[in-house]
Design a binder for this molecule. Sequence first.
Ligand code: FPP
Length: 257
Amino acid sequence: MLDKLKRWNTKKENITTPSKEDVLSRPVPKHIAIIMDGNGRWANKRALPRIAGHHEGMKVVRKITRVANELGVQVLTLYAFSTENWKRPKQEVEYLMKLPEEFLGTFLPELVEQNVRVQMMGNHNEIPIHTRNAVERAIEETKDNTGLILNFALNYGSRDEITKAIKQIASDVKAGQISETDIDDQLVSQYLMTRKIKDPDLLIRTSGEYRLSNFMLWQLAYTEFWFTDILWPDFSESELLEAIDEFQKRNRRYGGV
Ligand code: FPP
C-alpha cells in the first residue's frame, strides 16, 4: 500500500509517459470520472484570483475531452460543481455558474464536430436559469452524437442522489409499482442519475487530495483510483495516459480471487 501511495505521489518527471499507441494497444477504460481539484491553489501560486484557476481549468476540460474521445473512452464524467460548493464566496459561485456557458458557448461547435454528446447529472432546478439553458441547449444539440459522452456533474452530490433514490423507491413500493423483494443493487442503480451509463472504470483526482468529496459513492464501488499531485490546470494528455497505463496494469477482481 505504501509503495502504491509513493507511486501515486511520484513527481511527473520520474515517470516515463506511455505513448498513445501503447495505451491504445490495451483495453481503455470505458468510463473515466475525474475530480478536477487544485484550481484555487494553481491561481494562488501565481498571485491570481481563484477564478483565474477555474478559467484555466476550463481550458483543460477542452483538451482532455478531445484526447479521451480520440482514445475511444465512452464516458467522461467531470465533477464541475458539488452540492457543497454553494458555500464558496458568492463571486466564485457566480463565476463557476458562468463557466458552463462560456465553455459551451465557445466549444460547442468543436464538440459537435468531434461527435461528443453532452450530458449533465445533478439538481437542474437549483442552478441559475442561464446555466441551465446553456447546458440544456448543448444536450439537445448533441443528443444524436455517438462518440464520447461528456457528462458534467453540476450541482451534484452523491448523498443527495442516494437519498432521493431511497425516497423514490419507498414511494414506488408504497404505490405498489415495485415490491420490497424487487429491491437489489441493480434496481437501486436504476434510481440513480447514472441509470443510463455504466459505472466508472477509472477515477482520477488531481491536486494530491485522497478523498471522494461526496462524488459517485455508489458507482465507484469497484472503480480503480488514480491520484496525482498535479493541479487540475496543469493536467495534460501525459497524465491522462499515465493514469490509463496504470489502470491497464491493475488486476480487477470485483471481490473474487
Ligand atoms: C476544485 O478546485 C474545482 C472546482 C470546484 C471547480 C471545477 C471546475 C472546473 C475545472 C471548470 C469546469 C469547466 C466547465 C466547462 C464546467 P478548488 O477550487 O477546490 O481548488 P483548491 O482546492 O486548490 O482551492
